[in-house]
Design a protein around this ligand. Structure first.
Ligand SMILES: Cc1ncc(COP(=O)(O)O)c(C=O)c1O
Length: 397
């Protein structure tokens, strides 16, 4: 029994009930089907299942599983897409989307400010298989226009870049791409599924690291690709199921339970992020503070046109370089020093020496990954405590 089709629900209802499939026992909480394969009553039934599986029929967990399917249907209902495919991690989803849609000789245009692993997939993997990549400054509308060509097949971007929080004018890029017949793939980690605008503004595929706000509690890796049924059950499913990128049912089940509270968590974290942005703006120990919802953000106008919220992450630049920055980090008592974001625990990350350590200095300079840059992921703690903690850190600079 499934209620996957009730997509006229508002997001908060979809996040709790979307895609629920009940077994014959009528369980309230979603069942976790920890099974690799499925049995058939007869040899004929097995043959039929392999000829064509119905939407509630499964063959092997790498291809699909009832728990995974609930998670996919729930996330698609939230994102407002026809379908979704759940992956083992955000990178399995990014890699799956890009590999499924490209072939040797294709041209891909992407924003330059990308998470390091996304850059690796584009430049090293796709490049190795003969796909031409053009990287542009994602905030420069004219640069997109100049780069997208008649033979461009895919346009890829992080809607809000990690860690520098550059905001892209998505409607503009979608219009340019679609005019040339290219598909737009959006990595939507930063805008969050709660405040997502990618599908509304015309993205063809919306990719999530569900490790981030969906799990949101530092436990499970996961990812998902959301889009039309034609793309998801066509090239995406075919590529991911044959190359082993599917999510495991335990992660899908954990994500299903996490979706029930995601809206509450993310809204609270985003409200705290805005209060922290206000507290830190113009601070004399900082040379920069970036938060899309704060009026000082360079792309504030387009950010607010696209989304009601700036999300759960801020970027600050501590004056005095690496030493000063490390004094700040080491004095924090509530923020943990780590490299993830979107956790219910607040996290401070120094990208130049961790997530982006391997980038050549020239590339760090182009991307704005300075020695003073810190990414602050705002959790669910009391916001006044968080502000006091940041003050404590800055006093140590
Ligand atoms: C923008 C972005 N995309 C993709 C990923 C990859 O996600 P995962 O770690 O779940 O593979 C990350 C992880 O930090 C990210 O920040």
């Amino acid at each position: 029994m499934t209620n996957a089709n009730k997509c006229n629900w508002n997001k908060r209802t979809a996040a709790v009930h979307g895609g629920t499939r009940r077994s014959q026992y009528g369980e309230v909480s979603e069942a976790m089907f920890l099974t690799q394969a499925f049995v058939y009553d007869t040899a004929e039934a097995a043959e039929q299942r392999f000829i064509k599986s119905g939407p509630d029929e499964f063959i092997y967990a790498r291809y699909g599983n009832p728990t995974n399917r609930m998670f996919e249907d729930r996330l698609a209902a939230l994102e407002g897409t026809e379908d979704a495919f759940a992956c083992a991690s955000g990178m399995a989803a990014v890699n799956g989307a890009l590999m499924a849609l490209t072939k040797a000789g294709d041209h891909v245009v992407s924003s330059r400010a990308l998470f390091g692993s996304c850059l690796y997939v584009l430049e090293d993997i796709l490049g190795r298989f003969g796909v031409e990549i053009t990287l542009v400054d994602g905030t420069d509308n004219a640069a997109w226009e100049a780069a997208i060509r008649e033979d461009t097949s895919v346009v890829f971007l992080e809607a809000i870049s990690n860690p520098t929080l550059e905001v892209i004018d998505l409607a503009h890029v979608v219009k340019l791409a679609h005019a040339k017949g290219a598909l737009v793939v959006v990595d939507n980690a930063m805008p969050t599924p709660v405040f997502s605008y990618a599908t509304r503004l015309g993205a063809d595929l919306v990719v999530y690291s569900t490790t981030k706000h969906v799990d949101g509690q530092g436990r499970m890796l996961g990812g998902a690709i959301c889009g039309s049924r034609e793309l998801i059950r066509g090239p995406i499913e075919t590529y991911v199921k044959h190359t082993g990128g599917a999510i495991n049912p335990f992660a899908a089940w954990t994500h299903l339970k996490a979706l029930e509270t995601m809206d509450l968590r993310v809204r609270t974290q985003a409200e705290s992020a805005m209060q922290i942005a206000e507290a830190l703006a113009g601070h004399d120990k900082l040379s920069d503070m970036r938060y899309p919802q704060h009026p000082s953000h360079p792309e504030h106008a387009i950010a607010m046109q696209q989304s009601p919220s700036g999300g759960t992450v801020l970027a600050i630049e501590v004056k005095g370089g690496k030493d000063a920055c490390f004094r700040f980090l080491n004095a924090l008592e509530i923020f943990t020093i780590s490299n993830n974001f979107a956790d219910s625990k607040s996290i401070a990350t120094h990208p130049a020496t961790t997530t982006h350590q391997r980038l050549p200095q020239e590339q760090k300079d182009t991307l704005g990954i300075s020695d003073g840059l810190v990414r602050l992921s705002i959790g669910l703690e009391d916001v006044e405590d968080l502000i006091r903690d940041l003050e404590r850190g800055l006093n140590a600079v």
